[in-house]
Design a protein around this ligand. Structure first.
Ligand code: NCD
Length: 355
């Protein structure tokens, strides 16, 4: 990992992703070989937002590697409720642990944390922005069920605007040759600009469609997502989008026999429960693979020599980021930094918003 942290999957090379996938598969087949590999190490899980799979699969992963865990799953039980800054919490916890896994509601929070941490930070979801470890899980799943990460027709359906798993997955899969994307959403929930730019720069083919029926018959992979109620500005806006996409037995009749249906979970009503028994439903296996993916990631990250990124040359910008969901607006001491994206445009260092 180039920066020592995993904030975005781009922190690793494609070769490193492939090594992680291979390692996850070896761990799954030979778990006994790995039970002492993290003895003496401590992982902190700092979850400022709810989680079942991500948090527990990370914790189970570390315990199965022989390591120990500390942390909180509700910031109300920590000094965050007394008003402690993210900077101070990270500075302190990174002195107690060897690796920090964090989830936070603000976009760019994991990058901000990495600027102050004495140990590697793993982004387990920063608002509606990115979720790279779900993507490693998805890559492990796709490699296993499809036998390849190339030449796939991938449908992504639901909340493509706020669904961070979708953003990280598109960023990853657009690196592999021959993949094409059907972006199935309402116009209101279509992908953010920075993801569109990733797709444009990658040269992958993609199209936006309004309904599942239009494309389900073409797909190798259907990635269903939940409408992210907690990210909407008002309950009324959420209500307008709720229940728009539901995969049911009737729609599945048009799909190919070799379709794989993924979902990062939790599921609300977007996949009918009767589909769970269809051989094309892969989402429970995907959740199980998540633990092996995270075991591989923890092992790799702890093996590397961590040199903190405080010497990273950061470019200061005059204006503050215009994305209201960016961490810079809630952690006021943060400086405005920028970087350049794939198309050489300046973007916010934390949340990728275009300047
Ligand atoms: C996802 C997340 O938190 O972004 N869940 C997960 O990590 N498996 C998807 C979601 O909450 O809808």
């Amino acid at each position: 990992m180039s920066s020592g942290h995993l904030i975005d999957l781009n922190d690793c090379t494609v070769n490193e992703w492939e090594a992680l996938i291979k390692l996850a598969s070896d761990i799954r087949l030979n778990p006994h070989d790995y039970i002492h590999r993290c003895e003496g190490k401590i992982m902190a899980t700092l979850f400022y937002e709810p989680s079942t799979r991500t948090q527990m699969s990370f914790q189970a992963a570390m315990l199965r590697l022989g390591g120990q865990i500390i942390g909180f799953d509700n910031p109300v039980n920590s000094s965050v409720s007394k008003g402690e800054t993210l900077k101070d919490t990270i500075r302190i916890v990174s002195g107690y642990s060897d690796i920090i896994v964090m989830r936070h509601p603000q976009e760019g929070s994991a990058k901000a944390a990495s600027l102050f941490s004495l140990c590697p930070i793993v982004n387990a979801g920063d608002g509606g922005h990115l979720h790279p470890t779900q993507t490693i899980t998805d890559l492990v799943t796709l490699s296993s069920v499809k036998g390849r990460l190339t030449d796939l027709q991938i449908g992504l359906c639901g909340d493509l605007k706020y669904g961070r798993t979708v953003h990280s997955l598109i960023k990853a899969m657009s690196n592999f040759k021959g993949n094409s994307f059907y972006l199935i959403s309402t116009p209101e929930l279509s992908i953010p600009l920075y993801i569109k730019e990733v797709l444009d720069a990658s040269g992958c083919t993609y199209c936006k469609v309004n309904s599942l029926d239009e494309c389900i018959g073409e797909l190798d992979v259907l990635y269903m997502t939940r409408i992210q109620r907690e990210r909407f500005a008002t309950p009324e806006e959420y209500e307008k989008q709720r229940g728009v996409y539901i995969l049911d037995i009737e729609k599945l009749k048009k799909a190919r026999e070799d379709l794989s249906i993924l979902h990062p979970l939790p599921r609300l009503d977007e996949i009918e429960i009767a589909i769970d028994d269809d051989s094309r439903a892969v989402y429970f296996r995907q959740a199980a693979y998540g633990m092996y993916a995270r075991m591989a990631l923890i092992l790799k990250m702890l093996e590397e020599d961590f040199t903190d990124s405080k010497d990273e040359k950061l470019l200061i910008m005059q204006n503050i980021c215009s994305n209201p969901r960016c961490i810079i607006h809630s952690e006021k001491y943060l400086k405005s930094f920028y970087k350049f994206n794939e198309s050489n445009h300046p973007i916010c260092l934390y949340c990728d918003e275009k300047l």
